[in-house]
Design a protein. Structure first.
Length: 194
């Protein structure tokens, strides 16, 4: 039996195709061909308010479509996040989405405790992040801050391990051959559910 995979395609522009859309589609193709069950969520196709206070995060309820995403996260074996790097981190729409779905009781029992129990142990994740700068510059010169924060502070604290990353630099200058190479790579990752 294949893995249950939830892929979150986090590019904020759903009106025209971007590299992130192509990469996500390739991952899905590879996973489905290998017999894995894949659900895809696109925050850009959803309508939800941004949270404006800690009280909303702690005590409020997410909109129904995001509550359904929380349920899908809890039932997945493997999570895949595909998004572009904007100003060193995920786009604002993706950040707002993550604030809703990571509420207490879903990712962690008590996020205020440094070592609170992560509620998503037994799951793995993959981050696929495209960026304008060379990936090596982002990783070594800037410390990969945004990706590191997602890996450690959000997914890691929830108990998700391992969290692997695929960084795709100079995304705006990739040739058709390089894009095809990255798409083949994502198909292989999808087939292996990693």
């Amino acid at each position: 039996m294949g893995a249950r995979i939830l892929l979150i395609q986090g590019h904020p522009d759903c009106h025209r195709p971007h590299l992130c859309h192509a990469l996500a589609q390739s991952y899905v193709e590879g996973a489905q061909a290998a017999g894995h069950e894949v659900d895809v969520v696109e925050p850009a196709r959803m309508s939800f308010p941004l949270l404006t206070s800690p009280s909303e995060w702690w005590h409020g309820s997410p909109p129904p479509q995001l509550a359904a995403v929380q349920d899908a996260i809890q039932h997945a074996d493997h999570l895949v996040f595909v998004y572009p790097l904007w100003m060193g981190d995920m786009p604002a729409l993706m950040r707002g989405f993550m604030e809703h779905v990571t509420r207490p009781g879903v990712f962690m029992d008590d996020p205020q405790r440094s070592f609170g129990a992560g509620l998503l142990g037994g799951r793995s994740a993959r981050l696929v992040v495209s960026m304008g700068m060379p990936a090596v510059v982002y990783r070594w010169r800037y410390g990969g801050y945004g990706v590191r924060m997602m890996r450690r502070q959000i997914l890691g604290r929830a108990g998700i391990r391992p969290v692997r990353t695929t960084l795709i630099g100079r995304a705006h200058t990739l040739s058709a051959d390089r894009i095809a190479m990255w798409r083949d790579h994502l198909r292989r990752l999808g087939g292996s559910a990693v």
